[in-house]
Design a protein around this ligand. Structure first.
Ligand SMILES: C[S@@+](CC[C@H](N)C(=O)[O-])C[C@H]1O[C@@H](n2cnc3c(N)ncnc32)[C@H](O)[C@@H]1O
Length: 286
């Protein structure tokens, strides 16, 4: 095949775009709009070249083959927004620290166990920010503290597990916290073990109820800047998953553009200083 043929075949027809976006939506909940056709075309055409395929039609056929689920995962990794950084939306983390952590400390004082989930954690900055806030609170010394991070991207999870971050991850970090919890390694910064050892990561697709169902219960779940990319039904299914995996009166923290306002859910909005969060009510999901 000549190079010019390859380029022609790498234009994404409306039909193939439709097939691809339906597959991504069904499997991962992510909704691609009509305007995203060029994004899919530009990000996925290299994959077609790598696999020596004839074009997007053949690629869509390959992805629809259930034995190719690994390829579907590679494709979604090339399409998702993985933007994150330490202490993002810090007004909410401050409210978490000042108001939620003391209440969890009182509630769990007997078992001395604190369990937090960051769902859709990308390269881990959110997980480690939560663990740093917990350490800074000094409320959980000698407790069993676990901060669990999950994402669909193996590439992002590998970065998270490395605990090594470049300068841009610290765009909202005070020098005090950076110097206290990280050490310089060349041009990058490595997280200290005292925080790293409290955190662990796993690859979990929030739409994969069977795999996500294996998780235990959490005192609080952060899912920030993830549901905004989902369609309505996938958002509802994910909120229901979180409800099942929260302890009684557990907290759900969403991103600042995300809310449960137009949805009927067994969560009560709780207004903290400067931040809105949600608390699990003991009711069935309808
Ligand atoms: C914009 S990042 C948000 C990172 C972090 N929560 C924050 O607010 O800084 C969104 C992340 O959600 C992940 N994601 C998207 N769909 C997902 C799904 N179905 N299951 C799990 N993670 C998903 C993406 O891989 C990406 O890393």
């Amino acid at each position: 095949m000549s190079i010019s043929n390859v380029h022609n075949n790498c234009s994404l027809s409306i039909d193939s775009f439709q097939k691809l976006r339906e597959m991504f939506n069904e499997r991962f909940g992510i909704l691609f709009n009509d305007g995203d056709r060029y994004l899919l075309e530009s990000r996925l055409s290299a994959r077609i070249l790598d696999l020596s395929l004839d074009g997007f039609e053949e690629y869509a056929d390959l992805l629809s083959n259930t034995s190719q689920s690994g390829e579907l995962e590679s494709a979604i990794e090339m399409l998702t927004n993985n933007e994150t950084y330490f202490f993002r939306e810090d007004y909410q983390l401050n409210a978490f620290s000042a108001e939620i952590l003391p209440s969890l400390q009182r509630r769990n004082v007997r078992k001395r166990h604190l369990n937090i989930w960051s769902a859709g954690c990308s390269s881990g900055e959110e997980v480690y920010s939560i663990a740093i806030f917990i350490a800074e609170s000094e409320l959980f010394t000698n407790w069993n503290v676990r901060v669990f991070g999950s994402d669909i991207s193996s590439r992002m999870l590998a970065r998270a597990r490395s605990g090594i971050f470049s300068k841009s991850a610290f765009r909202n970090t005070s020098d005090y916290l950076r110097m206290k919890y990280f050490r310089r390694v060349g041009t990058e910064w490595a997280l200290k073990n005292s925080i790293k050892e409290k955190c662990n990561f796993a690859k979990i697709n929030l739409l994969d109820a069977a795999r996500a169902g294996m998780l235990g219960k959490f005192d609080a779940i952060f899912c920030r800047n993830v549901l905004m990319y989902f369609d309505r039904q996938s958002r509802t299914d994910t909120i229901e998953l979180f409800h099942r995996h929260l302890n009684a009166s557990g907290y759900l923290l969403l991103g600042h553009t995300e809310s449960l306002f137009n949805q009927k859910t067994p969560f009560a909005p709780v207004e903290l200083h400067n931040a809105m969060v949600y608390q699990k009510r003991e009711e069935a999901f309808v």
